[in-house]
Design a binder for this molecule. Sequence first.
Ligand code: NOJ
Length: 588
Amino acid sequence: MLYKKRMNAMKRYLFLVVALLASLAGAYAKNYPEWLDRAVFYQIYPSSYMDSDGNGIGDIPGITLKLDYIKSIGVTAIWLNPVYESGWMDGGYDVIDYYKVDPRFGTNTDMVKLISEAHKRGIKVIMDLVAGHTSNQNAWFLQSMEEDPNQRYSDYYIWTDEISEKDKADIVERYRQPNPQSSTIGNFVEKNAPRAKYYFKNYYEAQPALNYGFANPDPNHPWEQPIDAPGPKAVWQELQNIMVFWFDKGADGFRVDMAQSLIKNDEGHRLTSEKWKSLTAWIHEHYPENVLLAEWSDPEISLPAGFDIDFFLPWRSATGYTKLILPEPYGKHATNYFNLAGKGEVREFVDYYSRTVKTLSQYGYMAPQTSNHDVQRPNILTRNTIDQLKVAITFFLTLKSIPFIYYGDEIGMKYNPDAPEKEGSCEVFSSGFVNERSGSRTPMQWTNGKNAGFSTCEPENLFLPVDTDNGALTVETQDADPNSLLNYVRKILALRQDSPAMSNTGDWEYVSDPDQPYPMVYKRFAGDEFYLIALNPSGKKVTTTFPTLGRARAIPFSTVGKATFNSGKTTDKLTLNPVTAVIYRLEK
Ligand code: NOJ
């Protein structure tokens, strides 16, 4: 008997030890810095945020001036679009010098000051690494054009003298570009440089692709070097050097532009992710608190490749996100889930997200963005009331993901369809669709004064026109209004910080029937804490039922519109008026 008792005690003890070890292992199994578990990002397009010197263009000291405001929103990190010296043919994504802040934004010293002032307030700063291409004015490119094919920069880019007639047809087909220009054959631009006749561009002509080599180089294509050729190897090293330079100045990470596109002809991105794996491992070893964000939108590849965050991007449909959020240029506006028409779909997103939030949680996070510098803001066309915007933003801020708020979306700034083309903002798709990105890059609206407080310059000198037709959409007005979008955002972000269930680590599960997309109902939970989020952006009153969650008390944390929740023995029932969002805390 005594022996049996001892054995049981021993088993219990062993079980406890194993459980403790497992939970310790679990805690350490995360492959990303812990601060991401509470992170919320704010994206700033530097030309448009705050002009400190009155020349009409935003700058880095301007951002520094606004750090207390940024902190007040409840975000914990900033991502800055490129601030480097640029040819400004693609909004800064054509870099002339990665080691130098563009004079229009200030100096490297200003950047260091921004980072240190942000750090004093507990805010991290992430920069943008334009990895795939440079400006055609970059010194690397200029030297690469020189006659001697064996000097240091010769193979930093993809050059060729010869393209056979057959290859021309293939290349045009393979690299069909959204911006057809007469001097290009597919992506090859005729340059007639001493080095060779053509170079390979990535996007605009002014953006020659850096040479990371080709998967399975074709011996008949002299421009296709293997990935371990000296040129590609040197270019990877340059990426590391750039990151180290800014890390040593205090930067907390990088968002990597077109991270998936570096090695050409790489089916499934197998080689590209292998290469990223070794670079991210090096970064994580030497800068364990720093993070890398991929512009990739395929987290099942990018996160195991060592990225800490990947974005949901509307142009990669596999995540189901496109169908949910599809903005105007990519198709039919009416089918965006968050429109009054109520014609959206959620099934693909729910299936994808339910699977990946579980399987990928040890690697890092997916990130939904309220919008960004490439897509339309939520405030567009008939989606223009504060309640509609509140419903949409509730979705972005309550997932088990790292939310990214694009500057100005916290006050509901409008997408301006009439904003003029600026610095390569106009993107023409092969479908013929024109994406005028400047409409999402207009100056931040601070006050009800001149130029909405963005700049003291004369209005005709503004980087882009300020939206002045609606005094409601400024920080000044919304700060003072308890029902404003800004204060709604602050309230939800404060909850994300206070509540383990609502934070990035809390669990997420879809509750309503994904084939009846309105309302969208999901739960967030951790330990005893349990929240239910229900959204109805449509113009119709909607009801849904689901197997009971067994929680009798539903305490509204926040409500937009009107909702009722009835918990039954076997079934719960939720009814939401048109344009309604509710966050309930559910108790037993
Ligand atoms: C993605 C960036 O977000 C976009 O603004 C840019 O034009 C392209 N990459 C090319 O760098």
